[in-house]
Design a protein around this ligand. Structure first.
Ligand code: BGC
Length: 723
């Protein structure tokens, strides 16, 4: 450890101020290829005013992938960089490298951190062999607004569940020996902080909330990632309490670095340093640079405020070089941790790449996770399908490879298993006709008539509907979160046939499912299921696999209800209180308060009942372990897995507490007719919250605890916390 320190310290001492400043610059891959191939400054480089020297001295590359390309860039760089400081290669490996897994929101619905971890291990393995050192993941922004396109990148609306997944992803990416294990990559948790709370669900928009709310709901998942050893943090685009995160000293320096003790690399989001100018907190690039470095941002991604202005700030006496040294040292330390000074090519290996990427076991896991991520929202006895049924598969996703979702830039739609192919493979002798019915947002009379005719000839209609993958993701927000009208019209037309209809949905956000859930007999939410999507969905539709997914984000009744989330407060005039007035209560005149499908909800092909819920004592004390147990019975005819969920409510707190808060969950597998007792241990620590003065502690007094299959249908028991 001592030698490591001495080494990077001595490198730092040999660096000129210009070299140090360039080390803080992150450029996209084309800058490197461009400079080498053309020998002159063109395109983006010229626009940014980046010189060849800046490129030569820069510290990291964004978005290069493939062992050959990475080795080529690194080799050329090492020849030209005076001190031979290797480049760090970073990229967005969000839900897979080339083996694409379901989108993170779908993974959230698996409630399965073990599989999530495995998916990150595989993503790391494929990325590492392709030369990548750092992934810009996990994204752990808590989300409550499905209009925001980036909800597909998050695991959902709950701080506890998000924290569980944050840890799992970091463990998967980094493993426990980042230096020695060349199949791992460093993780970068993002977007710090509270990017998911953009007003109106519009990307990059204002975020404003109390510090208590921030700490209670939004911060825990970032903290969990860091507790797991996450090496890097990325700033968010949004403001927080009036100051853009990227220049927010209170957030970065005081909270992240001082209070939480994070000493890893902090990177700006793409262009976010320069965006301090349009935000209106910096007059020019020099001021933006000063604010960002003062706030603790080490690497500036894709703008040139640092390279163009830090030196002049130092020369004018406005900036202490200690801040620059500290940032450079952190970057060098990460390079050291990744072993780049010993082997700058790390895991990059052209030969191994061919063996590892999209190998059978990786695709198998992708399929398994996709099966676990789909959520059965409705089933009026029509699923699973039977092999002797004649089926008409209809819709824009019937034969589409657009099943990967946003942030799968290395995934290939051509290699993705389409739904029709998956169904044919699963039921080769069944009659399955296929027609498109319409495109995603438009359609012709001809398409619709052809589908109508095909549907007339079968026993059951399977609709494959949804949003194209560019309708969610970054900068892809929607105000109307229903399916495009043409798809709703298709359902309405087919409904005339009065045949059983199953809808399979491929989309990146909770949708308003009016016109779908009320019009068809079964709804399977498949999200973007990834490389093996068609096979995974076919496994579920034919009952080869039994659905286990549970929503990790509420499906609103309609967009007018947003934000709607399960851990809301009671208000002073709750609608359903026994003494509630008829009119002056907290409600809408035209829609219910409740979401269409609540957090934690999901059906199976079997059914479960809960009985004998009990507490080990009426009082929880600090000394004795407190147990909550319930018996779960599989009341159906086939084996199945239930996810038993435990929620609590602090009935009277110093500040208002949510009606329910998820505290634990357990997967339980039951044969038909089998009963198992499921026991949870609940501790005083799990009852703590941030008080008005931000102190994190519990209150003595009454609590409700709930156990059940989702956040709505759970058995309530009351206990007392004694202190
Ligand atoms: C996104 C980040 C991403 C970065 C680099 C930004 O636009 O907000 O999530 O990691 O680009 O690609």
């Amino acid at each position: 450890m001592k030698t490591v320190k001495t080494n990077i310290q001595s490198i730092l001492e040999q660096m000129t101020l210009d070299e140090k400043i360039s080390q803080l610059l992150q450029l996209a891959a084309p800058f490197f290829n461009g400079s080498k191939e053309s020998g002159q400054i063109t395109g983006p480089m010229a626009e940014m005013g980046i010189s060849d020297e800046d490129v030569r001295n820069s510290g990291s590359v964004l978005g290069a992938a493939g062992a050959k390309e990475v080795i080529h860039i690194q080799e050329a760089h090492l020849k030209e960089n005076r001190l031979g400081i290797p480049l760090l290669f970073m990229a967005d490996i969000i839900h897979g490298y080339k083996t694409i897994f379901p989108v993170p929101l779908a993974i959230g619905c698996s409630w399965n951190p073990e599989l999530a971890q495995k998916s990150a291990e595989i993503a790391a393995k494929e990325a590492a062999v392709s030369g990548i050192h750092v992934t810009f993941a996990p994204m752990v922004d808590l989300v409550r607004d499905p209009r925001w396109g980036r909800v597909m990148e998050s695991t959902g609306e709950d701080p506890f569940l998000n924290s569980v997944f944050a840890r799992a992803f970091v463990r998967g990416f980094q493993g426990d020996d980042l230096t020695g294990d060349k199949e791992k990559v460093a993780a970068c948790v993002k977007h710090f902080a509270a990017y998911g709370a953009a007003e109106g669900g519009r990307d990059y928009n204002t975020v404003d909330m109390s510090e208590r709310q921030l700490r209670e709901y939004y911060l825990p998942a970032y903290k969990a990632a860091l507790d797991e050893g996450c090496q890097m943090v990325m700033t968010a685009f949004n403001i927080l309490d009036g100051i853009p995160s990227t220049g927010n000293k209170k957030l970065m320096r005081d909270l992240l670095r001082e209070e939480w003790g994070f000493d890893g690399v902090l990177i700006s989001d793409w262009g976010a340093v320069k965006e301090l100018i349009p935000h209106g907190t910096a007059a020019n690039k020099a001021e933006a640079a000063l604010k960002a470095i003062t706030a603790g941002v080490d690497i500036e991604m894709m703008t040139s405020c640092y390279v163009h202005h830090l030196k002049e700030l130092v020369e004018k006496g406005n900036l202490n070089t200690a801040l620059i040294d500290e940032a450079v040292l952190r970057i060098l330390r990460l390079k050291e941790t990744l072993g780049l000074f010993d082997n700058p090519y790390r895991g990059a290996n052209v030969k191994r790449e061919k063996e590892v990427i999209r190998c059978e076991s990786h695709l198998e896991l992708s399929r398994e996770l996709a099966v676990k991520s789909c959520v059965l929202l409705k089933n009026e006895g029509v699923l699973p399908l039977k092999p002797d049924q004649k089926i008409a598969l209809i819709g824009p996703f019937a034969q589409s490879g657009d099943l990967l979702g946003a942030w799968s830039w290395l995934g290939s739609k051509e290699d993705t298993v389409q739904l029709y192919d998956g169904l044919k493979e699963r039921a080769p002798h069944s009659h399955i006709s296929v027609s498109q019915g319409c495109d995603i947002e438009t359609g012709t009379e001809e398409q619709r008539n052809a589908a109508f005719k095909a549907a007339g000839e079968v026993d059951i209609i399977v609709l494959a509907l949804g949003e194209s993958s560019n309708m969610s993701g970054e900068a892809s927000c929607r105000s109307d979160i229903r399916l495009p009208q043409v798809q709703l019209d298709l359902i309405a037309k087919l409904k005339e046939l009065n045949k059983p209809m199953v809808t399979v949905l491929f989309n990146g956000r909770p949708l308003d499912l009016h016109g779908v859930a009320d019009e068809t007999d079964a709804v399977l939410e498949a999200w973007y299921p990834g490389s093996e999507g068609g096979r995974a969905v076919a496994d579920l539709l034919y009952g080869e696999a039994v659905p286990t997914g549970r929503l990790s984000m509420s499906f609103p009744y309609s967009a007018g209800q947003i934000p709607v989330y399960y851990n809301q407060f009671n208000t002073g005039r709750p609608k359903d209180a026994p003494d509630a007035q008829e009119y002056y209560v907290s409600r809408y005149l035209d829609i219910p308060n409740e979401p269409l499908f609540p957090f934690g909800f999901g059906l199976s092909y079997t059914s479960f009942s809960y009985s004998d819920a009990k507490l080990s004592a009426a009082h929880m004390t600090l000394e004795t372990p407190f147990k909550v147990s319930v018996c779960v019975t599989n009341t159906g005819e086939i084996p199945g897995e239930e996810i038993v969920q435990l929620y609590v409510r602090d009935i009277t707190g110093e500040v208002v507490r949510p009606l329910k808060e998820l505290k634990a969950f357990q997967h339980v597998f039951l044969q038909a007719g089998e009963t198992k007792e499921v026991t949870f241990t609940l501790t005083e620590e799990q009852l703590r919250y941030h008080h008005a003065d931000l102190a994190y502690k519990s209150d003595a007094g009454s609590f409700a605890v709930y156990v059940g299959p989702n956040s709505r249908d759970a058995v309530e028991m009351i206990f007392n916390l004694e202190k």
